[in-house]
Design a protein around this ligand. Structure first.
Ligand code: PLP
Length: 379
């Protein structure tokens, strides 16, 4: 396994910061907001009450119940509490799903560019990703036809991430339905990583939760408290899906991490039940940053960027700004780090060397500062 490229940039950025360099850090996919007060208070109380022992490996019953109720309320999904597993972040949910479902020789169809860990996790399980290109010209939309065209007799699953990290691309409800119904006919699993489900700026989010009643053996929903509630360090994610898949993941989790941290789950439950106003405020702020950032990015020489439909990343094509010495997304990212003192992530980490990923999970002041520095470095 290679090191996650996003973590490598974060480490170099941290090194520079430790040397006292004032970086404009647009690298991390991590909300700059504080975790909701209700979550902090509930976790603090749980600690004070001595809720510090092992819990059931699949998570505390109250949170599993609340996740099932939330999926029902939001999407009409029929999952029971027993079909919800609380995991150590969405990352562990996805990793454990890969280990539970995939074998050597199998294929997983996945749109590209895509988040760095999907490919590594699937390869670790012995299977192979079949990438399906998405395109900047239409905002990296996820279309059903090319994804279904990539299905072969070796395909075990289709993996979707809408809204997508790094592109901000989303899937329309009719494309999602076409993929899921086709997958159901062929006995495939559709894993839907909906980590960014709340960040869909231009249309309602299309979730596999809405198809779970019709296709109960086909869809698996993966989610996270990290981005929605600005709770990255708490490490609480989850999945909901068919009982057999859930059981397999539970078995793996019981040997891998045991339960997610007891008091962090109490905090997550409080966030789910009481932090929706805080979430709405954060979403409004991300939207405002997007409105501010994208036109300004397009004014930079050699930058071309469609507004992301979701998540909190801009994914501009910067290939027209490449020159000898800053050729390709990795060299260009290094140039931005060393010359402009701006941290971003090279598109190559996600499967496109023409792009860089710019996170707008940072203050508007930081974004404006970064834009100025990039403009000066390119001048
Ligand atoms: N899935 C996607 C698409 C992500 O971008 C991330 C985090 O960056 C994750 C999953 C993992 O999130 P968590 O913090 O819940 O492990």
């Amino acid at each position: 396994m290679g090191e996650s490229a996003t973590l490598r940039v974060a480490r170099r950025a941290a090194e520079l910061k430790a040397q006292g360099v004032a970086l404009a850090d647009l690298g991390a996919g991590e909300p700059d907001f504080r975790s909701p007060g209700v979550a902090v208070e509930a976790a603090r109380q749980a600690l004070a009450d001595g809720f510090t022992r092992y819990t059931a490996s699949s998570g505390i019953p109250a949170l599993r119940q609340a996740l099932a109720a939330w999926a029902h309320e939001r999407y009409g999904a029929p999952w029971s509490a027993g079909q919800a597993v609380v995991t150590v972040g969405a990352k562990a949910a996805l990793f454990q799903l890969a280990l539970a479902l995939f074998e050597t020789g199998q294929e997983v169809v996945l749109h590209s560019p895509s988040w760095v860990s999907f490919d590594e996790q699937i390869r670790f399980a012995g299977a192979r990703v079949v990438p399906v290109a998405t395109h900047g010209a239409d905002g990296f939309r996820l279309h059903a036809a090319p994804i279904l065209d990539a299905v072969t007799e070796r395909t075990r699953a289709i993996l979707l991430n809408s809204p997508c990290n790094p592109t901000g691309g989303v899937i329309a409800a009719e494309d999602l339905r076409a993929i899921v119904s086709h997958a159901a006919e062929r006995g495939l699993i559709v894993i839907s990583d909906e980590t960014y489900e709340r960040f869909s700026y231009d249309q309602p989010h299309a979730s596999v939760g809405a198809l779970a009643a019709e296709f109960p053996e086909t869809v698996v929903l993966v989610g996270s408290f990290s981005k929605t509630y600005a709770m990255t360090g708490w490490r609480i994610g989850y999945l909901l899906g068919p009982a057999a898949v859930v059981q397999a993941v539970e078995n793996i989790q019981s040997h891998a991490t045991s339960n997610p941290t007891s008091f962090a789950m109490v905090g997550a439950l409080a966030a789910l039940q009481g932090a929706q106003p805080a979430v709405e405020e954060m979403i409004a702020e991300y939207r405002a940053r997007r409105e501010m950032l994208i036109p300004r990015l397009n004014q930079l020489p050699g930058f071309c960027c469609q507004p992301p439909q979701g998540a909190f990343y801009a994914f501009p094509d910067v290939s027209a700004a490449y020159r000898p010495g800053r050729q390709g997304s990795v060299e260009f990212t290094e140039f931005l780090l060393e010359v402009a003192r701006v941290a971003v992530v090279p598109g190559a980490a996600f499967g496109s060397d023409d792009h860089i990923r710019i996170s707008f999970a940072c203050s508007r002041a930081t974004l404006l500062e970064a834009l100025e520095r990039i403009a000066a470095a390119l001048a």
